[in-house]
Design a protein around this ligand. Structure first.
Ligand SMILES: Nc1ccn([C@H]2C[C@H](O)[C@@H](COP(=O)(O)OP(=O)(O)OP(=O)(O)O)O2)c(=O)n1
Length: 154
């Protein structure tokens, strides 16, 4: 977000995150449209885990950060994200009409969710990046593209 502020607009950083060529070839060989929003690659989930561990160690807060407390904190932050969307009706991709302050608020609340999620996984000894890979493999098996293409049915 620092870069976005220096550039004077979130749109600058969002467009930097878009691919320059017409079609981006993903690691799995699939193609995605050039205009799809992308993250910067860093920090990794392990970087986030380490930074949050340093934050809690420096404050002697590990004593409060047991799994159940972290889960409650996570759910509380999800509630704060929900508040930002409350009563707006459906919101289109890219959040057209949202102010910079609203976008920054959302970025902060989503970050809180991620930080608590990562720490909850750490305290439960779930290696989250690897678990995500396993879960996505299961998702692909459960919902073969050839069978479910264009259908949201379960
Ligand atoms: N005991 C705590 C308190 C805070 N944090 C960190 C993780 C979150 O990223 C952020 C949460 O801070 P707040 O509880 O102050 O929540 P908000 O930043 O959302 O503020 P508010 O609830 O006032 O909107 O700080 C933490 O790790 N452990």
């Amino acid at each position: 977000m620092m870069e976005a502020k220096q550039n004077g607009s979130h749109h600058a950083s969002a467009s930097e995150n878009k691919t320059s060529s017409e079609v981006h070839v993903q690691q799995n060989g699939q193609h995605e449209p050039a205009e799809r929003f992308r993250f910067t690659p860093e920090p990794s989930l392990e970087d986030i885990r380490r930074m949050q561990a340093e934050f809690t160690d420096e404050r002697d807060w590990n004593q409060f950060h047991q799994p159940r407390n972290l889960l409650l904190a996570l759910v509380g932050e999800v509630g704060e994200v929900s508040e930002l969307f409350q009563w707006r009706g459906e919101v289109a991709e890219g959040l057209p009409g949202w102010t910079e302050a609203e976008r920054e608020n959302l970025a902060q609340e989503l970050s809180d969710v991620l930080i608590y999620l990562v720490e909850l996984a750490e305290k439960c000894h779930v290696d989250l990046p690897q678990a995500v890979l396993r879960k996505m493999a299961l998702n692909r098996l459960k919902y073969p593209a050839s069978k479910v293409h264009g259908s949201a049915k379960k």
